[in-house]
Ligand binder design. Structure first.
Ligand code: COA
Length: 363
């Protein structure tokens, strides 16, 4: 059940700035994410209706918070509005902070604009903001600029391909994934997500947030249906990251994987600034291997990894899987499966993309 939370910003003199009822999407010890649904009424300095949905990210130790809008069906762009203010306090069903006038606006192409400097200057004089507060605000302005330059979470862009959109992955997407119908084949490699309601799930998600080593994206069809996810792990900024990708059982084999990578890779190389993408894939997962080869990934090594005895049964019982037996072996350590290491350099991707652009029947 969603929990209703009061979003409340006040001014330095204690007067209400803005307030409205939002929904708690996710919280951990230092981070709170609220979701404000479309057409939410607000009051305060002005009153009216917040027409578009957005998410608000509050930290209990940062002098700013971020409102992130993704309109989905209307367009695939993400917009960020960053409020400079005191660290958030989350108490008695309300998230509150003191708004310190300055704001940043950031568009889908990472253009950052500082707003309301004159209001900040006027209020600094009127309310006599103490020097330590002005110092915190200056530091926060630098921190935001740095995080945006580093493409740090939660800042992101929305991307759109012919049939899909790629956007940040939200906690509420897990519930939508729980409702996916159908089942995977024995050699697919689905994402293993801890069960709903467990603390493991909570920590598992937290690992993807706010950590410089992981990023998580949702893949949806243009009608908004969530069909997959994409993750970057083991991120070394400016150098490389490890890809994870998966689709709903009923969405595999329809070209979405290929389209997603074709949409994501220009962003990965040219906007996020990586030099190389790496992955590992089970040799028996031939559909996945085919997609990676098609995109331009090249083998860079191989290794064996332990696997379930259940897979062994599939190989024994299913004569049509006989061709896959060569990818498995039994050792003193148990049953093992061959995995390929693959990588795609910026240069190889450019070459592959140029070849595909010249093909007459490019998808
Ligand atoms: C792997 C995955 C991301 C690929 O995305 P997808 O949308 O299913 O793949 P696409 O439809 O774009 O492309 C599949 C390609 O593999 C080919 N293919 C399908 N089954 C195959 C098989 N058994 N052997 C060889 N090739 C196969 C298809 O013909 C197609 O190639 P083509 O375009 O040259 O005809 C998706 O299948 C998936 O999510 N699988 C479950 C999770 C998973 O395995 N993730 C990867 C972990 S490394």
């Amino acid at each position: 059940m969603t929990r209703s939370i009061l979003y409340q910003s006040s001014k330095y003199d204690g007067s209400v700035n803005y307030r409205w009822q939002a929904q708690l999407e996710y919280e951990n010890s230092h981070l709170i994410i609220l979701y404000t649904p479309p057409n939410t009424p607000y009051s305060g300095r002005r009153s009216g209706i917040l027409r578009y949905p957005f998410r608000s990210y509050f930290w209990t130790d940062r002098w700013y918070n971020v409102n992130q809008t993704f309109l989905g069906q209307d367009h695939a762009e993400l917009r960020h509005y960053i409020n400079l203010g005191t660290p958030a306090v989350f108490r008695d069903g309300a998230v509150s902070f003191v708004d310190l006038d300055l704001d940043f606006d950031m568009d889908n192409r990472w253009n950052l604009t500082l707003l309301d400097e004159d209001e900040y200057a006027a209020h600094s004089r009127q309310f006599a903001y103490p020097r330590p507060i002005r110092h915190r605000v200056d530091e926060a302005v630098q921190e935001i600029r740095r995080r945006v330059r580093e493409r740090a979470w939660p800042f992101a862009s929305g991307l759109q391909g012919p049939r899909i959109r790629i956007r940040p992955f939200y906690w509420s997407d897990l519930e939508r994934m729980d409702a996916w119908q159908g089942s995977y084949g024995p050699f697919d490699d689905p994402w293993l997500i801890p069960s709903p309601g467990t603390s493991e799930r909570h920590y598992w998600f937290a690992n993807y947030l706010d950590a410089p080593i992981c990023r998580l994206y949702a893949i949806e069809q243009l009608d908004g249906e969530l069909i997959g996810h994409l993750s970057l792990r083991e991120i070394t900024r400016g150098s490389q990251a490890r890809l994870g990708i998966g689709f709903a059982p009923l969405a595999v084999g329809q070209g979405f994987g290929t389209e997603t990578l074709q949409t994501f890779l220009p962003y990965y190389f040219e906007v996020l600034g990586f030099e190389r993408m790496v992955l590992d894939v089970a040799a028996s997962n031939q559909r996945a291997v085919r997609v990676y080869q098609k995109i331009g990934f090249r083998p860079s090594g191989e290794h064996f990894r332990g696997t379930d005895d259940e897979v062994y049964q599939w190989l024994e019982d299913g004569p049509h899987f006989a061709s896959l037996r060569r990818f498995f072996r039994r050792t003193g350590w148990g049953f093992q499966q061959l995995h390929y290491d693959m990588e795609l350099s910026h240069q190889n991707w450019q070459q592959q993309a140029a070849v595909q652009n010249q093909m007459p029947n490019r998808p």
